[in-house]
Ligand binder design. Structure first.
Ligand code: IFM
Length: 452
């Protein structure tokens, strides 16, 4: 197995999931703070109020990253830490925190990749209609501009949104994630359009505000489709299914609906037909803004579905064999998604790709010998990296891989029950233990993936 010279190896985390310090130094509330305080929505009533206390322990965490040999770290910024009500006064203490964190990363030789938005909408903006408000693209651009003005000294890589399918689909269409709402499809499609406009507006504002040249990406998720066999018909069926738009009631879940406008400058035809009558006004000027060129495409990949060419010429899902492997959170283990997903994405969008999240949850604990032994995580990651190297051999221009996550953290509705980290966190004592997978990942980085 081999990876190109200069391949970017990293790990990731997000502000709301690790920082804690929910009301420290002037931070405003975000929609998750409010959602978590409502009984019954989160596993055993967990909240992210303290979480990994990374806000105060970042220097210790960076020391651990260094011990793992990490050279790249993807983090997100909390919008409501920088601008407590989302659109008003700047909280200098929030800006200073990220400057300390980022400069500590740089001093330790770790390149930060900064995501502006990882699901934590300031609550005050939510009260003003959030992503439904036509001003939301401008709110977001102002926040991105502030972040880039202050942080481009430390980082040249920025990512606008993480997994819009989740924060709009799960949060505003299915009511599972914060803020727990079930909007009608027409609202969801309006929000989608506003988020896409927010992306484009932020790309322009960020480039203008940077103190040195920066590169900008976008990090969606979505269902990766793998062909059931390597026949040309099944490969075509998988590709077709991966980029087809879901039905109206799941309209926020698709890949092409969220990525074609940015990467190709147009919404996909099948979606325009399926969602006809529920669409927002879409102007040529909007599409120009949304498709403001970006520098790299990111994809978060955890699992995939198998698809074949059906007898009627249409693609169809193939049922998985009974008893197949699953991670603790219940996701199927399907490493092939890491070959076919990036390959189809590269063929369609023709931009350098970074895998900005991949990993698995398990219910790890500290063994009597003091170690945290997680052979499944090593096996899961090896299998996925082997498939990724096949995507590269197939011709996909994949430039980097970020493991999710650097450390155990607040897994949204699962609270602390699902652990995704390379580093174990004891939430009672805040003690950290590098898991076997963390030590193994060090050798992946050192050997540029030769050891997988
Ligand atoms: O923890 C999340 C992350 O915030 C977004 N991507 C998926 C991860 C695992 O569920």
């Amino acid at each position: 197995m081999s990876f190109p010279k200069g391949f970017v190896w990293g790990a990731a985390a997000a502000a709301h999931q690790i920082e804690g310090a929910y009301n420290a130094d002037g931070r405003g509330k975000d929609i998750w703070d409010v959602f978590e305080s409502e009984n019954g929505k989160i596993f055993e009533g967990h909240t992210a109020r303290v979480s990994c206390d990374h806000y105060r322990r970042y220097a210790e965490d960076i020391k651990i990253m260094k011990e793992i040999g990490l050279e790249n770290y993807r983090l997100s910024i909390s919008w409501s830490r920088l601008i407590p009500d989302g659109a008003g006064a700047v909280n200098q203490k929030g800006v200073d925190f990220y400057k300390r964190l980022l400069s500590c990363l740089c001093e330790n030789g770790i390149n930060p990749y900064i995501t502006f938005y990882h699901w934590d909408l300031p609550y005050e903006l939510h009260k003003r209609g959030g992503w439904l408000n036509p001003d939301s693209p401008d709110w977001f651009a102002r926040y991105a501009e502030l972040a880039v003005k202050n942080f481009s000294e430390f980082s040249s890589r920025f990512i606008t949104f993480n997994e819009p399918q989740c924060f709009i689909g799960l949060g505003f269409q299915k009511g599972i994630h914060a803020p727990g709402l079930k909007h009608p499809a027409r609202d969801v499609l309006q929000m989608t359009h506003n988020v896409l406009k927010a992306h484009g507006t932020a790309v322009r504002a960020a480039r203008a505000a940077a103190v040195r040249p920066i590169l900008i990406g976008y990090a969606p998720t979505g269902e990766m489709c793998c062909p059931a066999t390597e026949s040309a018909a099944d490969i075509e069926a998988a590709r077709e299914r991966m980029f087809s738009c879901p039905d109206l009631e799941n309209c926020a879940d698709g890949i092409s609906w969220w990525s074609d406008p940015i990467m190709l400058g147009k919404y996909p035809e099948d979606g325009l037909k399926k969602y006809e009558g529920f669409l927002p006004d879409i102007t040529a000027e909007d599409m120009k803004l949304i498709s403001e060129p970006i520098d790299f495409y990111c994809q978060n990949i955890y699992n995939g579905a198998f698809v074949r060419a059906g007898e009627n010429g249409k693609s169809e899902y193939v049922t998985r064999p009974a008893g197949g492997g699953k991670t603790a959170i219940g996701w199927h283990v399907t490493p092939q998604c890491m070959r076919w997903g990036p390959r189809f994405l590269y063929e369609r969008y023709k931009k350098p790709i970074y895998i900005t999240e991949n990993g698995m949850s398990s219910h790890d604990w500290v063994s009597l010998d003091g170690g945290v032994h997680d052979p499944q995580r090593i096996d899961y990651t090896r299998r996925h990296l082997r498939e990724l190297s096949k995507a590269i051999a197939d011709g996909a221009d994949v430039r980097g891989y970020f493991h999710w996550s650097i450390m155990d953290n607040f897994e949204w509705c699962q609270g602390y029950s699902d652990r995704f980290g390379l580093v174990y966190v004891d939430y009672q004592t805040q003690e950290r233990v590098i898991k076997d997978s963390g030590r193994w990942y060090k050798t992946v980085i050192e050997t540029n993936g030769e050891n997988i």
